[in-house]
Design a protein. Sequence first.
Length: 386
Amino acid sequence: MKIYLVGGAVRDKLLGLPVKDRDWVVTGTTPEHMLNQGFQPVGKDFPVFLHPKTHEEYALARTERKSGHGYTGFTFHTSAEVTLEEDLLRRDLTINAMAEDDNGHIIDPYQGQTDLKNRILRHVSPAFTEDPLRILRVARFAARFHQKGFTVAPDTRQLMQAMVASGEVKHLVPERVWQETHRALLSHSPAVYFQTLMDCGALEIVMPWWNQLLHQHNHVLEALTATARQQCSESIRFSCLAYPYKNTSGQALKQFFRNLCIPSYLAERGLLLFKHYRNFIDTCYNPNAQSLVDFFEQADAFRKPDRFLDVLESSDFLKQASREINTVEPTDNPAKWIAPLLAQCSNIDAKPLVAQGIKGKAVGDALHELRVQALEQSLQKTKDKT
């Protein structure tokens, strides 16, 4: 029985990056022996165990054979005779197909260290084409390691294009598509993820709404790049991808989000930007008290101020990107001065109005007027200072 550290932990260690998760491969043993050693079984399709103390995953070395469509269409074989090299052969990229033994020696049968040095994302074997999820993984790694100079090998790009042409990509399930996309969205260079998928043709199939958007408006990727450079939240990054384009509708976007299993807190922000992008730009850049309070009410900003301010920031990034591609960083982020105005309006209480005997719709009308008056005073003070 031999135990090896494998995959991303070895890769990140060699790159000098923090190792977050460690995965292990075990050769020369059986499931029964693992159980006798106190390991807890967790794998449904093949033997994977949790270490009794560290709770890290230990998988028996295995081989796989294509038996159906999609990333689940595989038959796995494990035995004490399966070698480490055979296990590493089934992995996606050479930089993920390395192992380290308990003496710190690197086992690298597929030249992963060479590709790390040359900053290349390269498939391990022709079996790469059997799993369509690998297209998304390559795109995600391209986004994650773009700042370090990594690019996709030309022959790997060709395989990705061939996989799209074969129709295999159609068998990806939405949950996994979103899982990879979400991770890419949080990376240093999320735009690279979408560009890589566009280049191989996969985006048109798995995320058609975004494919249309990005083909019509390339400044959206510039805005997305700027949000990552500013280390913005996932909500601000995501909302940039809801920029309205021709020949679509809010209903189409809503259905796309539903099909892709987008979480509601992100979908809400995207739909708000799609519906009100023009208002965010026109009203918040050139505000007057009446139009600003009207917009706060339309966008439900009093109940959901964080959502409103997130989308305002996304709108600002998009505006900057569309106006001047070379200077996409926001020069005067309106969220910084809209936020206190929104808070000022929110703090105006309706209880005194009710105490005065005002009822029904008249309460809302009176509250609206109080908010307008308060903002008029604040905007005038700001104007006087300048």
